[in-house]
Design a protein around this ligand. Structure first.
Ligand code: AMP
Length: 251
């Protein structure tokens, strides 16, 4: 079985985001970029399935600028076998278009499993996996916290839903999106980082895919969240109750 794992290059989750002064987006120059954390979980799950003998090949796919090759290399150092970069000069491609591109690659690669993060932490869209499953007409198991292969051509996937866990059975080929508790991604070891440099990355130009990738979403402006007022220390419970009643008016 072959897996296609989709990884997006995003601003590292430890970086304090700064909005550009013209409100057109966020500052990305000289900012540390990393693999989207949910995509690290996706790569880790694929590697674990390969270690168990369920998968035979892991293809790591990213859509973005030349720099996204670094993100693919990280996936290869974690255990991916080869990479595909769909190169675009535009970093902000909306989920419908990302879904169309991934479908195009699936049509060529015929993976049995397509594993994505449940959301990218830059746009927080949480749409690509669902859109992709729809375009492919494949079953989808979103927000996965456990994936188990059955003896027939199915998987049992436990999903994190409001109020608990739901376990569903999906037929392969299918789309899986990862939730936080699925696994704890490994750090790539130095020898594996070195080995990853030899692994193949195919580079395709986004314009050569002959897809309708017209932008359907326009970002009007980006703003910082409102500043939080500093907290205060109250001397005793009576003054706390007084403030809740008379200032916050929530009692
Ligand atoms: P989103 O729907 O934007 O929140 O993204 C959900 C998931 O789709 C991400 O965690 C990635 O696995 C995948 N994805 C989104 N954008 C890209 C991209 N440019 N390249 C590769 N995978 C992507």
């Amino acid at each position: 079985m072959k897996a296609l794992v989709c990884v997006k290059r995003v601003i590292d989750y430890n970086v304090r985001i700064r909005v550009k002064s013209d409100k057109s987006g966020v500052e990305k120059d000289n900012v540390k970029m990393s693999m989207n954390p949910f995509d690290e979980i996706a790569v880790e799950e694929a590697v674990r399935l390969k270690e168990k003998g369920t998968l035979t090949e892991i293809v790591v796919l990213s859509i973005g600028t030349e720099s996204s090759q670094e993100t693919i290399r990280t996936g290869l150092a974690m255990g991916g076998d080869r990479g595909i970069l769909v190169k675009s000069s535009d970093e902000d491609i909306d989920p419908l278009n990302v879904g169309k591109i991934i479908k195009n690659i699936c049509d060529k690669e015929n993976p049995d499993l397509i594993i994505l993060g449940k959301q990218a932490i830059d746009d927080d869209c949480n749409q690509t996996g669902q859109i992709l499953a729809t375009l492919l007409k494949y079953p989808q198991a979103t927000f996965a916290s456990k994936v188990e292969k059955n003896n027939d051509n199915t998987l049992n996937v436990t999903r994190e839903v409001d109020g608990g866990l739901e376990t569903i059975k999906v037929k392969i080929p299918c789309v899986i999106t990862t939730d936080l508790r699925l696994n704890e991604p490994r750090y790539a070891s130095l020898p594996n980082i070195m080995k990853a440099k030899q692994k193949k990355i195919d580079i395709l130009d986004i314009n050569e895919l002959s897809l309708d990738l017209k932008k359907r979403v326009e970002i009007l402006e980006v703003n910082d969240p409102p500043e939080r007022k500093p907290g205060i220390v109250v001397p005793d419970i009576d003054s706390l109750v007084d403030k809740l009643k008379n200032e916050a008016k929530i009692l």
